[in-house]
Design a protein around this ligand. Structure first.
Ligand code: NAG
Ligand code: NAG
Ligand code: NAG
Ligand code: NAG
Ligand code: NAG
Ligand code: NAG
Ligand code: NAG
Ligand code: NAG
Ligand code: NAG
Length: 510
């Protein structure tokens, strides 16, 4: 998922109010229709950004319907997208069904390696996934365009399944789990090449214009954002209807009222429409998405996540669709991944050290990770090049044995601890394997918890979510000679005490 920093606040408060529900189509004014059209159009801009990067992957020719493989995990020098994960290698594709159906070939995956191959419509709806969670059979999958019944359908003929997109243009972004850089090299050489996309029988009559660089970019300028969105939407809307077929006629009426012609595919600003104020109102609609907690589920311990019905696949929730497109583009359905947000914090700063206490291992069918970002959403440079703590690393229990990769069972309820501390302060040797470095110079930071292939235990109240405590870094830092304060034995006792990780009177609870 391409996430942005705004996600952190946006995820906190979602509204389930569809932008659509209050509109009376017959009486809608051109001005109001323009607001609705803009909200509807917002996901097109991240799509164009994605397209310009993916279709241009080789830096040569604009290429659709082909996989662009990322070959390395992100690190602190990676500045292309914000909030990258360091868990998976991506293989991206721009889908163009205007002239042909496509065939996706999915190989058998190595035992224990999670992957998901998500398919998205033009507006970022994750309409179908194949992979680990869906227990998909290796083989060929037909990708087709139909304006009705989008999603995954069962095996038919030579295909293990049918993937139906509601739009002629779309996207796919395969994610394959990797453990470390040597594992990534293995995935790049042995696994990525087994995935493929190919065009099937060309349609007798083209369904839509080909998806070209000119179609998405030609004669368009972001200098006037609302004009940009209306002109871009005009080019593609007729071939790319809303996901819910029941909303097609209502959306068509709104777009016509807003000045978008379904026959000439052009935009003409209706008399009396003030584009600038429509844009402000549309942005306000998106901002409103983050102003009510009604559509979150509480996970306990101050953690929350979005309602499954508002994750990844948005149907007529065009406001949420727009908000996620701008903040977390190409989000997955919640069956594939959830992102618990710690709602009790407003700001984390490297001024402070934090200890996160996990009450046992989260049960995932894929993997989990906690990844650190600076205030701008980039990975944090640090002396040990560690950007995430996860179930593939060398995290240890307080007694020094491995949490993962040792003897501890996969459903162990034993607590373990992650230390968030600035690179400005050296970390005690005992903490090093559980240290996730935060930025230098008292900067603000964010972390993202990811559960891939979450089990029900993570949302039904069974799993006790982690507790986050602020502690004084003096007690955790090497510059202070800890031996003068605590003997080794006292230190270990302190670590193992029922109150967990409190070393002194400076422990605080946030
Ligand atoms: C236009 O939107 C405003 C604000 O939401 C609303 O009060 C008004 O009734 C709408 N007018 C029409 C004609 O849709
Ligand atoms: C595609 O890549 C080439 C070479 O890097 C660059 O010159 C061109 O501007 C890129 N096109 C787009 C649309 O980004
Ligand atoms: C970061 O990634 C880039 C690109 O893959 C690579 O060239 C560089 O060596 C990496 N830096 C570190 C510190 O691993
Ligand atoms: C890298 O990951 C692979 C696969 O999980 C594992 O077998 C290997 O031990 C790891 N290597 C290091 C250096 O951690
Ligand atoms: C851009 O404008 C030129 C000149 O008016 C026109 O020939 C061309 O078809 C336009 N391209 C697109 C993609 O609209
Ligand atoms: C961090 O500490 C410095 C120095 O005391 C202070 O100036 C700064 O405002 C603090 N930053 C935050 C985010 O608390
Ligand atoms: C885990 O420990 C092993 C053995 O010390 C080391 O080779 C490996 O690099 C470590 N893996 C990670 C992810 O730190
Ligand atoms: C270390 O701690 C873990 C978690 O509490 C426990 O499962 C394991 O048995 C302990 N190992 C030893 C050698 O004490
Ligand atoms: C979190 O830890 C603090 C300090 O031990 C404790 O006071 C608090 O009750 C804990 N909260 C939970 C939910 O366990």
């Amino acid at each position: 998922m391409y996430l942005s920093v705004s996600l952190i606040s946006a995820l906190l408060f979602f509204s389930s109010k569809s932008a659509a529900t209050s509109v009376v189509t017959s009486r809608i004014s051109a001005q109001n229709a323009t607001v609705e059209a803009l909200v509807y159009a917002f996901p097109l801009q991240p799509y164009v950004t994605f397209a310009n990067s993916v279709a241009n992957h080789s830096g040569a020719q604009w290429t659709t319907n082909s996989l662009a493989h990322e070959t390395t995990l992100a690190n602190a020098s990676f500045r292309t997208i914000i909030l990258p994960n360091v868990d998976t290698l991506y293989s991206e594709a721009l889908l163009d069904l205007s002239g042909a159906d496509l065939v996706a070939t999915m190989p058998a995956m190595e035992e224990g390696r999670f992957f998901v191959w998500p398919f998205y419509d033009l507006y970022g709806n994750n309409v179908c996934n194949i992979g680990t969670v869906t227990n998909s059979t290796p083989g060929k999958y037909l990708i087709q365009y139909r304006a009705s019944n989008p999603g995954c359908a069962p095996a038919k003929g030579e295909y293990e399944g049918i993937i139906t997109l509601p739009t002629v243009y779309g996207a796919a972004m395969l994610r394959i789990e990797v453990s470390n850089s040597s594992d990534a090299a293995h995935v790049v050489s042995a696994i990525q090449p087994q995935f493929s996309l190919a065009t099937y029988s060309p349609a007798a009559v083209a369904r839509a214009p080909m998806l070209t660089e000119a179609l998405l970019n030609g004669n368009l300028s972001m200098a006037n954002p609302p004009l940009y969105f209306m002109e871009l939407l005009a080019r593609v809307a007729a071939y790319n209807p809303p996901e819910d077929a029941s909303d097609i006629s209502r959306i068509s009426a709104i777009l016509e009222a807003a000045g978008i012609s379904s026959t000439t595919h052009t935009y003409t600003q209706p008399a009396g429409v003030d584009l600038a104020s429509a844009y402000t109102a549309a942005m306000g609609t998106i901002a409103a998405v983050s102003s009510t907690p009604a559509d979150f589920i509480s996970l306990g311990g101050g953690w929350m996540t979005t309602l499954p019905s508002l994750s990844g696949d948005f149907h007529t929730h065009y406001d949420v669709r727009a908000s996620i497109a701008l903040g977390a583009y190409l989000q997955l359905q919640s069956a594939e991944a959830i992102y618990p947000v710690y709602a009790l914090n407003q700001h984390f700063s490297s001024n402070q050290t934090y200890v996160i206490e996990f009450f046992g291992k989260p049960l995932v069918n894929g993997f989990w990770s906690l990844t650190m970002y600076d205030g701008d959403g980039f990975l944090v440079p640090n002396p040990i090049n560690r950007y995430s703590i996860n179930d593939r690393g060398n995290m240890t229990y307080p007694n020094g044995t491995l949490v993962y990769g040792g003897d501890s069972p996969s459903d162990s309820n034993e607590p373990f601890y992650i230390l968030l501390q600035s690179t400005d302060h050296a970390v005690l040797a005992e903490w090093e394997s559980n240290w996730l470095p935060t930025p230098a110079n008292s900067e603000e930071f964010h972390f993202i918890l990811r559960w891939y292939g979450p089990t029900d235990s993570l949302t039904d109240g069974t799993y006790k979510y982690p507790n986050i405590t602020a502690v004084s870094y003096l007690f955790l830092s090497r510059p202070l000679n800890v031996q003068t304060y605590l003997s080794e034995a006292q230190y270990r006792v302190a670590r193992l005490s029922p109150t967990g990780i409190f070393f002194g009177e400076t422990a605080l609870t946030i």
